[in-house]
Design a protein around this ligand. Sequence first.
Ligand code: PBG
Length: 323
Amino acid sequence: MSFPTHRYRRLRLTESLREMVRETSLEPSDFIAPLFVVPGEGVRQPVPSMPGVDRTSPELAAKDAKALFSLGVKSVILFGIPDGKDARGTSSADPGGPVCRAVRAIKSESPGTVVMTDVCLCEYTDHGHCGVLKGETVDNDPTLEILAAEALAHAKAGADVVAPSDMMDGRVAAIRTALDRDGFTSVPILAYSAKYASGFYGPFREAAESTPSFGDRRAYQMDPANVREAVKEVLSDIEEGADLVMVKPAMAYLDVVRAVREATHVPLAAYNVSGEYAMVKAAERNGWIDGKRVTLEILTSIRRAGADLILTYHAKEASEWLA
Ligand code: PBG
């Protein structure tokens, strides 16, 4: 039976009715705020291609994390820009590096904040690739122990969750083994399981100074054309011990978010990446879109596709809008 018995507009008539039948919720506690940390003290540098995003020294990251927490954003993920880089990304496991310092600062300033750390080598290698090189290719197996050492250093500094984003095969198992061996059996792993070789990471690479000096990441990150492969990646990461999994980027990959949601029962995160953020900000600045409305629509769509958590540079403003 259809019209005129059924009139869909009946349930759209008022905001209260619409709210009552709304299928998807959006809360500040759904957000994970990415923070870029640099060495030093008293440093706050805006990222030109990402209006509203700064690179800060550890103690200012702690202030930002505290402010986010009071807005209801319970979690942050840290990316470090170190002083020194070498071929093996040695500074990634430095307990005195910006990430470990920021972990300690945030845990003391805002103990309730869930501090996640990005585990990858691209910010720490002088060539900008996510692992060690053998000729011009990234050598998978020797990279695993360096990643494991980095994750362990973060856990020792007090990280609540470690999040490998390198896309080496076997890294979740290698990190789990290293953490457990040192007694960090309670530190969960958020795996960037389905991470695509994407053009949407441009502004991030500017912020993190992690652009590869030659070539690209297509030999380790996923081909944008694939979705079955994403499910395979996710399932094997879970088997290796991932507690949470991620799809990245988000907006152009909502079908992947949906496929992963349907294939698994672990918490699912999606990364609303730097290029997605920059596009919204640029169009808003040109007066071409209503930034607030479009942002909330994008974030809702990521939740609707099946993500529990959203890593997003919009975390602060969106939480203010939702308050
Ligand atoms: C790698 C990493 C990247 C991002 C998160 N972790 C960049 C890359 O793979 O080149 C991108 C995030 C974004 O674009 O917002 N450590």
